[in-house]
Design a protein around this ligand. Structure first.
Ligand code: SAJ
Length: 400
């Protein structure tokens, strides 16, 4: 019995390694030869706590190997990215390419699972694609959708302990997929159909986006009203049925800031709140950049010299080193464009970057006239509020 993972990225590789650690044979496929080489050496190309050890062990024990071309297997998992196009329409071309690449290998009784975040109807679409080319397999393959739910930074724990939602194209497919996940998941496995499972993933991330938008909208209102938004939220959350999230410098990453578009693209008339929340969260980053630029201009006018400006944090969320789709990076880039100031960029979780040159967070804080906190990294919380500086606390570093 062999399991084939198509896509060895942030979700595919940890999942492949966890399955292999259960002494099940796993082949991982990635189109990037250097990723394949790295994994076959027992090394990893992404950063995730504890992952290197699990991959290294699985490769050394002979249960995990990587390749650039799919091989015949019994279980096929599609774990490739689903980005969106410039018009915010979902791009499922990687899912389709990966599916097409295994169609010739499929045989009676095989299990084909999609984990990639996908617009509603994708699993049915891929099933049609498979049966168009292999009509003799109709009714003899098990096809299901099971979205990943892991939080970057805590992937290995959540892969095993989170509940999963599993939806087949028919009840037999659901059962077969449940049996597969039961081999390594300790959380509950919830059965449904493919469409509901697809929508469930989009719903989870849209729900978070809408909730963060509410917090971000409050932060804009409080800024106008002269109210400390952190105090306000903490007080409102004392109500037994209120639980407001935290405002920040916008919403980033590859999931929360992307998946809601998979709903709004297909249901533009119905998805009003979801669409507005995306707008608010995008606007928040723009607003932070404008606010910082205005502080620089006011300082220059008042003091007759250009200020030293510390931009604190570039990652897309606290305590990680991932700068992709980061609102903080967007703000830093926007602020530095055309502003006359000495900038100090801080990102304690990254050593080197090809565009930004980093400086120690304590030195930057001490030397700056203006400090903009863009990400709530833990070390920043050890700094002491200095009333002689202009402090733009976009992410609640000094909240009580
Ligand atoms: N953020 C706020 N305020 C908050 C919480 C988050 O501004 O109160 C911001 C973060 O700074 C970040 C963005 O939201 O920029 C997203 O961060 P996140 O921690 O909410 O989520 P991700 O993108 O790291 O992971 C999410 C998770 N989904 C949910 O919590 C519903 C994870 O479980 C999913 O597996 C993942 O998306 C995914 O891959 O879809």
């Amino acid at each position: 019995m062999n399991t084939l993972f198509l896509g060895l990225g942030y979700i595919g590789l940890p999942t492949a390694a966890v399955v292999a650690s259960k002494k099940l044979h796993v082949t991982g496929v990635d189109i990037n030869p250097s990723v394949v080489e790295t994994i076959n050496r027992g090394e990893i190309h992404i950063i995730e706590p504890g992952l290197r050890e699990v991959v290294h062990q699985a490769v050394t024990d002979g249960y995990l190997q990587a390749t650039t071309t799919p091989v015949e297997s019994d279980v096929y998992l599609i774990v490739v990215p689903t980005p969106f196009k410039s018009n915010h329409e979902p791009d499922i071309s990687y899912v389709e390419l990966a599916t097409r690449s295994v169609i010739p290998l499929l045989k009676e009784g095989d299990l084909f699972i999609i984990e990639s975040t996908s617009p509603v109807g994708t699993t049915d679409k891929m099933a049609r694609l498979i049966f168009e080319q292999r009509p003799q397999l109709k009714g003899k393959l098990h096809i299901a959708y099971c979205p990943e739910r892991v939080l970057p930074g805590n992937v290995l724990y959540e892969l095993v302990h989170n509940d999963r939602v599993i939806g087949g194209i028919d009840p037999e497919s659901t059962e077969k997929a449940v049996a597969f996940y039961a081999q390594f998941v300790e959380g509950n496995l919830h059965r449904t159909n493919a469409k509901t499972a697809e929508m469930c993933k989009l719903t989870e991330n849209s729900s978070r986006d809408v909730q963060i938008a509410f917090a971000n909208e409050l932060s804009l209102i409080c800024d106008q009203a002269g109210i400390n938004v952190w105090d306000l939220i903490s007080l409102a959350n004392k109500h037994p049925r209120v639980n407001i999230l935290q405002p920040g410098s916008g919403v980033g990453g590859h999931c929360i800031a992307v998946d809601p578009y998979f709903i709004t693209a297909d249901f533009p008339m119905e998805a009003q709140l979801i669409a507005k929340s995306r707008e608010i969260n995008n606007y928040k980053a723009f607003w932070c950049a404008q606010k910082t630029k205005r502080a620089i201009e006011e300082f220059t006018l008042k003091k007759g010299r250009k200020p030293r400006v510390a931009l604190m944090g570039l990652a897309f969320k606290p305590n990680i080193d991932d700068l992709r789709e980061s609102p903080a990076k967007y703000i830093a880039t926007k602020v530095m464009e055309g502003e006359d100031a000495d900038f100090m960029i801080v990102e304690p979780n990254v050593e080197n970057h090809n565009v930004f040159k980093f400086i120690d967070y304590q030195i930057a804080y001490q030397q700056a006239d203006i400090v903009a906190f863009l990400v709530a990294h833990d070390p920043f919380k050890t700094l002491v509020y200095d009333k002689n500086k202009v402090i733009l606390d976009f992410c609640g570093i000094f909240k009580q």
